[in-house]
Design a protein around this ligand. Structure first.
Ligand code: ZN
Length: 154
């Protein structure tokens, strides 16, 4: 079976964007559906959606359904990616109310608009980059390479 190199790898995208897209594709992200797999008492339910309804926070949820205001603003900014596929999509309602079938997800992700990749990259920041899984009692370590030199090495 021939290997097909993903189209984004042929584009002139920044390393940052490439990395974010790769993480999304390979599930190397911290959406609840993935983070819950690593914690005994982890929940898959999206904690960013307003309201009482419980939704599993997975990739499809992040792409189309989550009603978090940052994600909705991002979808509005990239509305031209959604409107060809979803009649219901609008600035007033930049999210879908129901699950969609896999074919539609595939068609959306394989559309020929290169700005799709910018959306996928920025979705990471809007949806889950700020989420860090930190065990109780532990603090995030700042990698030493990010320490300003003026502070010295100590
Ligand atoms: Zn959500």
């Amino acid at each position: 079976m021939p290997t097909i190199v993903p189209r984004y790898l042929h584009l002139d995208l920044s390393k940052h964007v490439m990395r974010n897209i790769s993480r999304f594709r390979l599930r190397a992200h911290t959406l609840k559906v993935e983070a819950a797999a690593w914690h005994e008492d982890g929940s898959c339910v999206c904690d960013q959606c307003p309201g009482e309804d419980e939704h599993v926070q997975n990739e499809v949820h992040a792409l189309f359904i989550c009603q978090d205001h940052r994600v909705c603003e991002l979808r509005k900014h990239f509305s031209f990616l959604f409107s060809p596929f979803f009649e219901d999509f609008s600035a007033a309602q930049p999210f879908l109310l129901q699950q969609i079938n896999n074919q539609l997800v595939h068609d959306f992700l394989f559309q020929q608009n290169n700005r799709l990749f910018l959306f996928l990259s920025e979705l990471r920041g809007a949806m889950y980059e700020h989420l860090r899984v930190v065990p109780p009692g532990k603090r995030l370590r700042v990698p030493s390479c990010t320490r300003p030199e003026i502070l010295g090495s100590g």
